[in-house]
Design a protein around this ligand. Sequence first.
Ligand code: GUN
Length: 284
Amino acid sequence: MTAELIDGIALSRTLRLDVAARAANLKAHGITPGLAVILVGENPASQVYVRNKVKACADAGLHSVLEQYPADLSEAELLKRIKFLNSDPAIHGILVQLPLPAHIDAQKVIEAIAPLKDVDGFHIASAGALMTGNSAFLPCTPYGCMKMLESIGYDLRGKHAVVIGRSNIVGKPMALLLLQKNATVTVCHSATANLKAMTLQADVIVAAVGKRNVLTADMVKPGAVVLDVGMNRTPDGKLCGDVDFDGIKEVASFITPVPGGVGPMTITMLLVNTLEAAERSAAP
Ligand code: GUN
């Protein structure tokens, strides 16, 4: 069996066209959706991510500002900047790129963002809303994964989903979203005793660990759907995910590639969240 690809670039193209159309409509009513992206320090991967986010905004007709600060920016200065952006009417979404330098308390910074502008969905108010089935902003990566499952018409009801990884950004919200769609969800992590025994039972597997080859073909039930959130490098420098793509594509029914899978969807859902923040600000 050769799995079908779930193409994150093609799906992003469709969704971003819709964002662009809705942004144009808002603009016609005098509102340009605006995103502020804050980067502290010189982490090379973060620099690439924020550049891609800003470019995606421009391509979809969204206003964005990139604020770059040196690694020694104080926590107080960063909090002051966020407070200013919270009350800036031209800014509908605020994103502080993580990780932050060690002297800054990331959670405190996230909590300083106005929940109505929390387009990353990391604020405790957004997390609480997700937990209780209320609507706020969904974290972009799990939101993108759900859109990918939707794009193949996958009905999660009664299916067994295994999430590998328990981060606040991906693993935990991913599990809640799958649960919301009536899947039976297992969350695996570094202390899971027998990962293979879990994944072999899964109809859907989401790998979000940040380590190559966490999932190999012998760990996948024939016909399972595999979503790869990982973004790693092979020893020879090639971009790769968390799963052994070449092996698993012979076993799975659907699989997301890296690059070109979940990565572009994360940015797409950031655009969607920013647009929705602007739409909500315009609602009476
Ligand atoms: N660092 C890695 N992924 C993300 C993300 O989705 N948002 C932010 N703000 N930082 C990140």
